[in-house]
Design a protein around this ligand. Sequence first.
Ligand SMILES: Cc1ncc(COP(=O)(O)O)c(C=O)c1O
Length: 388
Amino acid sequence: MNRFEPNLRIPGPTSLPDAVREAGARQMVNHRGPEFATLQNGIIERLKKFYKTDHDVLIVTAAGTGGLESAIVSFLSPGDKILAITIGAFGDRFAKIATVYGADVTKLSFDWGMAADPAKVRAALTAGGPWKAVLMTQNETSTAVTNPIEGLAKVVKEVAPEALLIVDAISGLGAVPFETDGWKLDVVVSGSQKAWMVAPGLCFVSVSPRAWEAAAVAKMPKFYFDLAAHKTSAESGQTPWTPAVAVMFQLDVALNLMEQEGLEEIWRRHAAVGAAVRAGLTTLGFKLLADPEFASNTVTGAWIPEDLDWKAFNGKLRKLGLIVAGGQGNLKGKIFRIGHLGHVTVPNILNAMAVLEQTLIELGRPVTPGASVGAAQVAALKSLGLVK
Ligand SMILES: Cc1ncc(COP(=O)(O)O)c(C=O)c1O
């Protein structure tokens, strides 16, 4: 970010490192030729490290929703019993995709702002079944909550070991701790425009051997999103359809940057920016939406006070170069969200707090100058272990 660029604080697409932007301008290559095969094979090997999986990871040219759709149609059949655990708009969307394709979906919904409760998941699984699959959202971007996937997955393994575990990790994987194989997750979807610091256009789907067994008998209609076709093509270094080659060039560079930083350092940085945003917003007087125990380190949601004119407020933020996101679904007009994933540093957050502070002061609200910036900095330093 420089002074001519806005501070793009939405939960994806995220801003891009310069080297990633430049990579997107490269000349095209033959997507059926050896350069592309080398590019894709190299990307897949590095994605596996970030996914923490030894199994397949496939690249699909689509928005994240396409990745979710591929996960439904490739492994399931109409009439399959599915438990869809939802804690917000994206969990609802995942359940809807399965419903549209004719699955027998039981929705287990939790209040927005809360994580899924493993005891209630256990009860729901016990009450029904046998289950073909359980759908979960790792990081619910609409409510800024991160689910305890490890614990939820354990419950599913105990109560419904027959079920495939299918996880939407679109806005969290690559930013916060995650273990695909360690947590025995069968299918995990992520998207290029989130933690991966790349333009929108690609999604990634990991597939366990158990999921491939399910794919062999899956009867949902499919064509573009058939992951078995993607696997066959990937074996010869290709994709079934023309891929978003420019985004692949970007991803190649972004993965190098991520490898240089290191997975644990990336997680540490996201923990610090998450803590900084929460402390700064609270100091400004905003009430946060998420249950603090499960607050996301990639996005934060705050209630818009009833006496704050959101349009005027947001217009002023934009003029000062801060772009934030609004609410989704039930929360439209009620909350705003600050994205802090991918290419983000603590100083980016301090800038955001300074702009929020100035705007609130302009609107005549009782804010102590410097307080939120200071609180955000202290929270980040504490999170990094640099001060007590
Ligand atoms: C958790 C989650 N799931 C699904 C999606 C949908 O991704 P896309 O908008 O790329 O289709 C998003 C996008 O924000 C998301 O955050």
